[in-house]
Design a protein around this ligand. Structure first.
Ligand code: TXA
Ligand code: MG
Length: 319
């Protein structure tokens, strides 16, 4: 059951230009009124986020799209029909009225309708689209519980709405339709790309030469624990390593051999990739807090949600 009184208080905070951390189906977001530039500026301060990294705008009804983007076409409407509310962010040409700070000065904006009763109620009660990045300091692992947010941001936000853990557990898939004839996958995420292709036909990788798609969500090092992360298959054990080093393992299923590890996180006993994605960040948070010298990550199958898990692990490994 959602607590409408609590959400109403949160909505008042948003209306007054404050910051509210709130749950979505993907990860917890750090929200402000998208049309209040001073409030949005505080998001960047609290997260220590570079000003060139644009935010995602969250809406609760498709009619609200008109206030942030230019008229969507047929293909965009088909995507919205199939995937909203849900973990798909569409990057579309923005309306001039939307403050430039939200989009880091880009002429496009990322927008999505989250599939979460608290997020939808909050946007509805705040009576404004809510700009929200993930509620973590820049470059760190996204929060999938209110406890993660509290630990990261604590008193620097005006309110944290606790609604347990996030069911999808990884951030939204981001698809740019700035050029409708050339859909570009900016970030794999909560909806497998195979499902999107069924509606759009081929999608393209980002063209690094075009400024509009250069966004730090795509920086190789992102979503990182403090503890170094390496791919298990690239790691060569030296004699006595497991005595000298505290090694953690991130694996899909139960490993055959676990005695050399100080801590083991199994993402899904049955190897279910959606379940594994929903556990990924919480597992990384736990491993990061376990006082380890190194975290070894198993290679994930790159189909369906596996591609998203593999993407986040690659970014965590990168230094
Ligand atoms: O699931 C999610 O998407 C979560 C929840 C809270 O909705 N939000 C999220 O936001 O992951 P954030 O700020 O961590 O990631 C936003 C990323 C940016 O780093 C950038 O890569 C991309 O979205 N983005 C946003 N607007 C864009 C634009 N106009 N053009 C290109 N990329 C954009
Ligand atoms: Mg983020």
């Amino acid at each position: 059951m959602i607590n409408e009184n609590e959400i109403y208080r949160a909505a008042l905070i948003i209306k007054k230009g404050g910051l509210v951390a709130f749950p979505t189906e993907t990860v917890y977001g750090l929200g402000a009124d998208a049309f209040n530039p001073a409030a949005v500026a505080r998001i960047f301060e609290v997260k220590k986020r570079p000003k060139f990294d644009p935010l995602i705008v969250h809406i609760s009804r498709t009619e609200e799209l008109d206030s942030v983007v230019q008229k969507p076409s047929g293909l965009i409407n088909s995507l919205i029909d199939v995937f909203w509310p849900g973990p798909l962010t569409l990057v579309l040409p923005k309306k001039a009225d939307l403050p430039d700070i939200v989009t880091s000065g880009l002429s496009s904006v990322g927008v999505r309708m989250p599939d979460h009763p608290v997020a939808l109620k909050l946007i509805e009660m705040a009576e404004t689209p809510i700009a929200a990045p993930s509620a973590n300091p820049f470059g760190r692992i996204s929060p999938t519980s209110a406890a993660h947010v509290k630990k990261y941001l604590g008193s620097s936000v005006d309110m944290i709405i606790d609604y347990g853990s996030c069911s999808v557990g990884v951030e939204s898939t981001i698809l740019s339709l700035v050029d409708e004839k050339r859909p570009v996958l900016l970030r794999p995420g909560g909806i497998p790309v195979e499902e999107i292709i069924r509606i759009t036909g081929p999608v393209y990788p980002p063209d690094m030469m075009i400024a509009d798609v250069l966004a730090p969500g795509m920086l190789p090092r992102h979503y990182s624990p403090r503890t170094p992360v390496r791919m298990l298959e690239d790691y060569f054990y030296k004699p006595n390593d497991s005595k000298k080093l505290k090694i953690g393992l991130l694996s899909l299923k139960k490993p055959m051999e676990s005695s050399r590890y100080h801590a083991v996180e199994v993402l899904s006993e049955s190897g279910d990739l959606a379940e594994a994605a929903s556990n990924l960040f919480a597992a990384l948070h736990r491993l990061d807090c376990a006082g380890l010298d190194i975290i070894l990550a198993e290679h994930m199958p790159e189909t369906g949600m596996g591609a998203t898990i593999a993407d986040r692990i690659r970014r965590a490994v990168h230094e």
